[in-house]
Design a protein around this ligand. Structure first.
Ligand SMILES: Nc1ncnc2c1ncn2[C@@H]1O[C@H](COP(=O)(O)OP(=O)(O)O)[C@@H](O)[C@H]1O
Ligand SMILES: [Mg+2]
Length: 257
């Protein structure tokens, strides 16, 4: 309820002028302006020393693209996702998502924006252990004031899609890793976000289960017209994407395929 009420009060800043100039600047003639990262920089201070993780790169993505970012452990993959989702703030640069300047929102606005427009999938699933499958999946509906007949129908359809239609009442510790990740995929999609972020979603699964999860993820995101940003150290998982990047020395470099 609260989410809905706050949303009505908010006027997401569609700063059209800046957005268009950024889009042109990045040479987005082919519509690569759904998600734009512009001169992004992020680092951390450790022991009084500043350590750069993401170093001034600019890139644009088209609506509906599935993008994979390959990088070693510690290369900055999670940092990148945390900036895109607004969990963390960039030190410099701008992020535009579907015309909204995320870097211009305050903490509260970013939280609400994320809750409504982004879905997450994690390596360790991050399900809430005290909630059953149905309660885990419908949590984003509750948070967004969408727990109505339509939302519930969507949750039920997604449960069938991920093959867990008969496990509604199971708790996370009673289902396998692959099943937990299926729950987590349904949870990421239940509020119908355009953008899904996946942080090493197959990193904790065996090869066959990982492949099944990637097939499912691909079907429910790209094939459904959604954007997926997948970060991974698995070339097999990255091979599913429309575009593959490597994150190395703080730079995002597109791979020729
Ligand atoms: N909150 C933080 N404070 C200090 N250093 C951090 C923090 N988060 C990440 N780092 C450092 O930033 C680098 C990138 O981390 P991360 O984005 O988690 O990499 P990856 O997800 O690719 O393994 C690592 O060197 C990590 O130690
Ligand atoms: Mg990580």
């Amino acid at each position: 309820m609260q989410g809905k009420r706050l949303d009505k009060q908010m006027n997401w800043s569609k700063s059209t002028d800046i957005y268009e100039s950024i889009s042109q600047q990045a040479g987005q003639v082919d519509g690569r302006n759904f998600l734009v990262l512009e001169n992004l920089r992020k680092g951390y201070e450790e022991g009084g020393k500043y350590h750069t993780v993401l170093h001034d790169f600019s890139i644009g993505f088209r609506r509906g693209e599935f993008v994979a970012v390959l990088g070693r452990s510690g290369s900055g993959k999670t940092t990148l996702l945390n900036l895109i989702s607004g969990i963390d703030r960039a030190d410099a640069g701008e992020i535009y998502l579907n015309g909204t300047r995320l870097t211009g929102l305050d903490d509260m606005q970013r939280t609400l924006y994320r809750r409504q427009n982004i879905g997450f999938i994690f390596q360790f699933f991050n399900l809430i252990p005290t909630l059953n499958v149905w309660e885990n999946i419908t949590l984003p509906l509750e948070l967004n004031g969408m727990f109505d007949a339509e939302g519930k129908a969507r949750a039920r359809a997604l449960l069938e899609e991920v093959g867990l239609g008969n496990r509604l009442e199971a708790f996370p510790d009673r289902i396998s890793g692959g099943e937990q990740q299926r729950v987590s995929i349904a949870r990421a999609l239940v509020h119908n976000p355009q953008l899904v972020l996946a942080d090493e979603p197959t990193g904790n699964l065996d090869e066959d289960t990982g492949r099944a999860i990637m097939d499912l993820l691909d079907r429910l995101t790209r094939q459904a017209g959604k954007n997926l940003v997948l970060v991974t150290h698995s070339p097999e998982a990255a091979a599913y994407a429309d575009r593959v990047f490597t994150l190395h020395d703080g730079q995002l470099i597109e791979k020729d395929r």
